[in-house]
Design a binder for this molecule. Structure first.
Ligand code: PMV
Length: 329
């Protein structure tokens, strides 16, 4: 009853922001993401009669009951309920990147936890079932359990209809996400709080009205590998997302001056030096720069000249969550 899973985090090209139903984490709009190959969570889960309670060890430290521990145990319980088992679990998890800074560690974290726990509990679930379960723990996690590549999360309007599937496989297009890390610590406002505040923005309704068209356009541009069109779309989408955040009550300011400088630089490199790369942002300060493989080295070189950039992570299109024989304990 022990299983290990590895899941990639992802970068949304069309964002999930705001929910139709908070309890079921049903998003306000259908959204699209690209899985990333260098931002991974590995999680091992074992159910056993030997365990007197649920244990959760993250990056070598045993967590005490509290926000992170409780969220993990609640999710393990969801899966125990599906499997009809009552055994306690031991969970060990580690990331290949810093958690909690807005790099979507919850998406890979809960993707890996869902796949490993379901397997350890003896369940044999389909991708939509794994996706729906992951969604209950962290919305974006439901995109990480597809078969890799580009994922679409159908908003739906119920637990059964809100899940992700693969839109295009990993080898469809070798896009790269060069992440410029400028953050200096964990983000202060959780995305859960942001989702709840989204409807307080006077622009939220306007956003929801044009989202179906944006989703259709995004699918078409990925299908045609039309990079200029896709790039234009993702920059508009990132700015619109931050407009909703900034105009919520109370307002949410995730971007810092370093993020802002970087997004202006990306546009300048494009206009003045012909470096075709486009930015996107999530709930953090770090800037994701999307380009094609042939432009990647130039982007990395440019970023290395910038003092505020602490680190650069290069991600190609990643695989979906998968089982592994290399257990963490
Ligand atoms: O899954 P959450 O609750 O961490 O929300 C993710 C929100 C964004 O990263 C801003 C957008 C997205 O679709 O990933």
């Amino acid at each position: 009853m022990k299983a290990t899973a590895i899941a990639s985090t992802d970068i949304a090209l069309v964002k999930y922001w705001g929910r139709k139903n908070n309890e079921l984490r049903i998003p306000s709009n259908t959204n699209i993401a690209m899985l990333l190959d260098d931002m991974l969570t590995t999680t091992t889960v074992e159910f056993s009669e030997e365990y007197e309670e649920d244990y959760f060890n993250f990056e070598g430290t045993d967590l005490e009951p509290g926000r992170a521990y409780d969220r993990v145990v609640r999710h393990v319980q969801r899966i125990r309920d599906v499997a009809g088992i009552e055994l306690n679990a031991k969970v060990h998890s580690k990331n290949s990147f810093p958690a909690g800074t807005g790099l979507s560690s919850s998406s890979s974290g809960f993707g890996a936890l869902t796949v490993a726990t379901a397997k350890a509990a003896g369940l044999d679930l389909s991708i939509p079932e794994l996706s729906r379960l992951s969604r209950m723990a962290s919305g974006s996690a439901c995109r990480t359990v597809v078969n890799g590549g580009f994922a679409i999360w159908h908003a739906g309007d119920s637990d059964e209809t809100s899940y992700s599937e693969q839109l295009f496989p990993q080898d469809h297009w070798n896009l790269v996400d060069v992440i410029a890390l400028v953050s200096k610590g964990p983000k202060k406002i959780s995305s859960s709080r942001g989702h709840k505040l989204a409807p307080t923005s006077p622009f939220f309704e306007a956003r929801n009205a044009y989202m179906p068209q944006r989703v259709d356009d995004c699918i078409q541009y990925i299908k045609d590998r039309n990079f200029s069109k896709l790039g234009e779309l993702i920059e508009h989408e990132a700015i619109d997302l931050h407009c909703i955040m900034m105009s919520s009550y109370p307002n949410l300011l995730y971007m810092t001056k370093e993020s802002f400088n970087l997004i202006k630089l990306v546009q300048q490199w494009r206009e003045e030096e012909g470096i075709e790369a486009y930015f996107t942002l999530n709930t953090g300060q770090d800037v994701h720069i999307i380009c094609e493989e042939g432009t990647k080295d130039k982007v990395v070189e440019k970023l290395k000249e910038i003092e505020d950039v602490r680190d650069v992570r290069v991600n190609h299109v990643g695989e979906g969550a998968r089982l592994s024989e290399e257990h963490l304990f």
